[in-house]
Design a protein around this ligand. Structure first.
Ligand code: ADP
Ligand code: MG
Ligand code: MG
Length: 880
């Protein structure tokens, strides 16, 4: 096996297509070098070394040392420098790089190869003593913390103290002599903290850093990130060793991080930040304030790179175009300018907000950079959620207390919380919270995930908080420098206002504004690029998309989002209205069929109105109405106090109500007296519902002048006989209504397939069904023998430990539940080739599940109204 691949200086053994082996960073460094961009030469130690390392009890594979030595020697030759040489030393960076970028998870060591001798050589060869010692102290600081585990703040504290003593604020004002002293102090810190001297041998430094990168693959922060993003531990990380270029050699030097387009809005402008006379992560560290790239994006008090370093900027503009052509996507790049010469240090496909993803996809398709199909595939369906979220109501009363950077858009309100742990705790209680930090680090990632929004007081658009929040779709305002956070007192102060932990604030991630209290929001707009993308998706998808809705509000939202009908209207939700529940309870308490009929009769007009308003909203589109499904005890009061109240209202004794409740109580309600079993025991209930549906359909057809085709759905059928009986009863009601109204109407009677037996005997059931709708929620419960309400105690473990690839209630279990869906579909279609097939569980809005339903050839999916756009896009991606 080849363990090491060279890049730069005329030898590129890798390329963009090799990211699995070389990691994203290594693959792209080789790619950039091979298209002629200025990349400092180096080499990549493959991800296979990482895997081999962990498989072999933390030992490197044979031959690695020789390959590294050979590749390093090549770099020495290209650069004309020697690693460890006391006169003209080669310095390198050691950088991690996994297949997918894991922001902040792994640490880079810069300026490696320095010691007390080589630093003097560097000072001489560069003619800049200050620069050499600045590099040395950076190296000890990074190596000391990353490789040797010295807490970072030990170094920072010493530096702060020294600067205070010198009366300077910026690092750039610290002189060579001062750095010499600080370096001595740093070495003492290392000795004191680790009991070991700082390593002076460059070879030992190199292997220490390589080991630290591989070690960081398994650290808890990396594990957390992988878990959140479903990245397998087996992928491993690569290590990149690259000759250093220096952005800290003076005012004609700089380092920067930027995007080829605005990652927040998608706007086609060069976007990013840079710092003069700086190195590495200075830009994102928040110590100095980074400056903008483009002059047109700068305020008068800023120093845009375009003006300050015009030559390098011009070169960068050329690189930007080349990179977008090469990668055919927006890139996130890192560069350094050494004495007016540009060097490229990284490129990767840029993370972006949902809004930016959408705009960039549409723009690039229009620019001819990508095809329409590619544009459809460029937008992750679930990210549309973000676009469908509310923004602040411009007319709402609001008091702004600060403004930071608009790091990740959307509006979020919540209680102020200062630690990630507390965010998690409170979010688990269902509270809306905002994580407020001076700055965030990888330890905060889990808290950021649980928060509604994130506010930091330090750092730029590419700070950790900003990058991670954008990736997660969390609202983020970053670098709100006028806010003073006091962790100890648990307060934040801005503009003369002091707020305590628990007080509410509202963030506007689109403008960077921070407001006191909870500010009103308005719904999103669905036109423009969003409408265009949806149109493109609709052109290619085969699956129809319906919504699950029972209230007029939901039906309206669904229609607005492009639902092509209603796939599930749960009638029981209509039973809970304050004007209905009394009748429902009368019905349940009724001692004889006559009393029951009376109570049910009182419900009829309500149901008829409900259905009529849905039919009206969905005019021209199919509507599936499911007859009563849940067990009756769900409608009875639970608490004792409520019991007394209800008994009074019903004119019943508490005892009889209690007796009825206990008679109806079940050990396993999920498998109990529900669904069509209710309709069979109490035919009056279904008769009333069928009557209400048909009367409403006839009435709305008359008023609309076009006919409504209601789809009546019988739940929880396990055998053909159940559907036969309920269907016959329903047809009798339909016939009666037709006779009374002197008219007829097309209608369908179908069933849900949500029990394994129904899927297995689908061929028989289809003989009496006009359609099937797979109820994948119940089908998942019944197939796995696993109740959704009880799964919380062990299912997360299964998913965390890989016993199940995903939560089967979120994404369909293809091998089990999916196989039954397929069996049901095939069985049904064998009997009736044109049988209409749909899905109405949660899975109807899950992109992975939708891809599966496409492959099985279902006719439609039905999901909650807000998921309709997600499903439309996912359905399009499923056929591409
Ligand atoms: P991350 O994965 O956290 O972005 P990188 O490996 O990209 O870490 O390193 C962080 C920063 O260090 C880079 O953006 C760049 O500024 C600096 N850096 C890395 N390698 C070099 C190098 N060979 N010369 C100069 N700067 C470098
Ligand atoms: Mg980093
Ligand atoms: Mg980087």
């Amino acid at each position: 096996t080849k363990w090491v691949y060279s890049f730069g200086g005329g030898l590129n053994e890798g390329g963009a297509g090799m990211r699995n082996l070389l990691g994203g960073k290594g693959a792209n460094l080789a790619e950039m070098a091979s298209i002629g961009l200025p990349v400092p030469p180096g080499f990549t130690i493959t991800t296979e070394v990482c895997s081999a390392f962990y498989e072999n009890g933390n030992n490197y594979p044979q031959g690695l040392a020789e390959e590294v030595a050979g590749a390093l020697h090549r770099v020495e030759e290209v650069m004309g420098l020697t690693f460890g040489d006391a006169n003209a030393p080669l310095l390198v960076s050691v950088r991690s790089g996994a297949r997918v970028s894991m922001p902040g998870m792994m640490d880079t060591v810069l300026n490696l190869g320095l010691n007390d001798q080589t630093v003097e050589g560097l000072a001489r060869s560069s003619g800049d003593e200050r620069f050499a010692w600045d590099s040395y102290r950076r190296f000890i600081q990074m190596y000391g913390s990353v490789v040797m585990g010295v807490p970072h703040h030990r170094f920072e504290d010493l530096l702060e103290q020294a600067k205070r003593g010198l009366g300077v604020h910026d690092d750039t004002a610290v002189t060579a002599a001062d750095w010499r002293e600080i370096v001595e102090g740093y070495k003492e810190i290392v000795q004191r903290e680790t009991g070991k001297p700082f390593p002076t041998d460059p070879q030992a430094q190199l292997w220490g850093a390589i080991g630290a990168v591989f070690g960081s693959w398994m650290n808890p922060r990396a594990n957390t990130y992988r878990k959140l993003h479903e990245i397998p531990a087996s992928w491993g990380t690569a290590v990149n060793v690259q000759s250093m270029v220096f952005g800290n050699m003076g005012d004609d030097c700089a380092t920067g991080v930027c995007f080829t387009r605005d990652p927040s809005t998608g706007e086609n402008v060069f976007y990013g930040e840079y710092l003069v006379n700086a190195q590495g992560e200075d830009v994102v560290a928040g110590i100095r304030t980074p400056q903008p790239m483009a002059a047109e994006k700068a305020t008068p008090d800023q120093s845009p790179m375009e003006k300050i370093l015009p030559k390098a900027y011009g070169e960068l503009m050329r690189v930007r175009e080349l990179l977008e052509k090469q990668y055919r996507d927006m890139q996130d790049i890192e560069f350094t300018v050494q004495r007016n010469t540009l060097f490229m240090l990284q490129t990767r496909t840029g993370k972006r907000t949902a809004a930016a993803a959408l705009k960039i996809a549409i723009d690039m398709a229009r620019e001819g950079l990508i095809t329409q199909e590619e544009a459809i595939q460029r937008v992750p369906p679930t990210s549309l959620d973000q676009l469908l979220h509310p923004t602040l109501d411009p007319k709402a009363e609001k008091t702004q207390i600060a403004r930071g950077l608009p790091a990740s858009p959307g509006a979020a309100a919540g209680a102020i919380v200062f630690t990630a742990e507390e965010v998690e705790d409170r979010a688990a209680q269902g509270e809306d919270v905002i994580l407020v930090r001076i700055e965030t680090s990888p330890e905060d990632v889990h808290g950021m995930h649980a928060a509604r929004g994130v506010l930091t007081t330090r750092g730029g658009m590419t700070s950790h908080a900003a990058v991670v929040a954008r990736g997660m779709g969390r609202v983020c305002v970053a670098g709100a420098g006028s806010i003073h956070v006091d962790y100890k007192a648990q307060t934040l102060t801005a503009n003369g206002v002091t707020l305590k932990a628990g007080d509410w604030i509202t963030l506007d991630g689109g403008t960077g504004a921070v407001y006191v209290g909870k500010v009103a929001t308005i719904p999103p707009t669905l036109s423009g690029d969003f409408g265009t993308l949806m149109g493109w998706a609709d052109d290619v998808r085969r699956l129809r998309v319906r919504a699950n809705a029972e209230t007029p509000d939901d039906a309206e939202t669904a229609r607005k989002f492009g639902a092509e009908g209603i796939g599930l209207s749960r009638t029981e939700h209509m039973f809970f209205g304050p004007d209905r529940i009394g009748h429902v309870r009368q019905m349940i308490m009724a001692d004889d069929p006559e009393a029951r009929k009376k109570a049910i009769g009182a419900l009829l007009p309500f149901q008829r109105d409900d259905f009529a308003s849905i039919f009206r909203i969905m005019r021209g589109l199919p509507v599936t109405i499911r007859l009563l499904d849940p067990p009756l005890h769900e409608f009875l009061p639970h608490g004792e106090a409520e019991l007394a109240e209800v008994a009074g209202a019903l004119g019943q004794s508490i005892e009889s109500l209690r007796a009825r409740r206990s008679a109806l109580s079940e050990a396993n309600p999920m498998l109990g007296h529900r669904g069509c079993r209710l309709g069979i025991s109490y035919p009056e209930i279904y008769a009333m519902q069928v009557r209400a549906i048909m009367e409403a359909a006839i009435a709305v057809s008359r008023e609309a002048g076009e006919s409504i085709v209601p789809e009546i759905m019988i739940p929880l059928v396990g055998m053909k006989t159940e559907l036969e009986v309920t269907r016959k009863a329903a047809e009798a009601v339909v016939a009666a209504v037709f006779a009374e109204q002197g008219t007829t109407l097309d209608y369908m009677i179908g069933t849900m397939i949500e029990l394994p037996r129904a899927a297995i005997t689908a061929g028989q059931i289809a003989e009496v069904a006009d359609f099937f709708s797979f109820g994948t929620n119940d089908l998942t419960q019944t197939t796995l023998g696993l109740s959704r309400d009880d799964a919380g105690s062990f299912l997360p473990y299964y998913v965390d430990h890989g016993l199940l690839p995903k939560d089967p209630f979120v994404s369909i279990d293809r091998e089990g539940v999916g196989a039954l869906v397929q069996m049901g579909a095939e069985g049904g279609r064998k009997t009736k080739p044109k049988l209409k097939l749909g899905v109405c569980g949660e899975h109807g809005g899950d992109p992975d599940s939708i891809a599966f339903f496409e492959s099985v050839g279902l006719d439609y999916v039905s999901c909650s109204p807000f998921r309709v756009p997600v499903a439309r896009l996912a359905a399009a991606q499923a056929v591409l």
